[in-house]
Ligand binder design. Sequence first.
Ligand code: AP5
Ligand code: ZN
Length: 214
Amino acid sequence: MRIILLGAPGAGKGTQAQFLMGKYGIPQISTGDMLRAAIKAGTEMGLAAKRVMDEGKLVSDEIIIGLVKERIAQDDCKDGFLLDGFPRTIPQADAMKEAGVSVDHCIEFDVPDDVIVERMGGRRVHPASGRVYHVVYNPPKEEGKDNDTGEDLIIRDDDKEETVRKRLAIYHEQTKPLVNYYSAEADAGNCEYHKLDGTRPVDEVSAELAELLG
Ligand code: AP5
Ligand code: ZN
């Protein structure tokens, strides 16, 4: 099963990707996590990406498309994958189509901007696994620690309110057009398109996903 998780920053893509990975045994391909891993490794690409990400802007299509193509070609992706944070521009979606990579489901998480800003202020992440928490809505068992490993949770560098607002503006400008793009793909019979209310509690959103994906 090949799934695109589409939605604004903080809409819950990473959170639901963790749920879907567990349920369907398919890998999460998070371009944001891949870029953060490159930053941590100190690669040239990572350093260049960090400047862009800290400003809340998008990394170039060329770099991102290269990263995803390489990742999708790996063995563990042959039975499917979850695209989290990709595609995020029309050229990225076109590149996938041109490469002959079809998708089965495109899932849009609908969450208003004010809810997003509030959520990001409380987000804590475990970088090694991609697990995501919220101090109020999805707290870890022990404050500041990952549930599975007990390792420290961190606050992402781009979760400052000012940066979140910039990321939201860019989402509306460059990524929102993909709603029409994939709705049209669904109308043409190329995939299924589902729009979910992402403001409901994490478990309710997961339950709806499980129901619609079967
Ligand atoms: P990326 O890491 O992809 O960030 P994003 O898309 O902005 O999304 P987030 O990870 O911030 O949010 P999410 O939807 O995963 O929400 P989460 O589940 O964590 O990208 C970062 C940067 O990398 C970009 O700005 C860009 O520079 C670059 N980049 C990445 N991909 C790119 C691409 N394709 N092209 C170009 N550049 C790219 O949840 C958020 C919080 O809310 C958490 O605290 C969580 O616990 C909580 N929460 C989740 N669901 C609920 C719920 N239902 N109710 C209450 N709280 C909830
Ligand atoms: Zn995420």
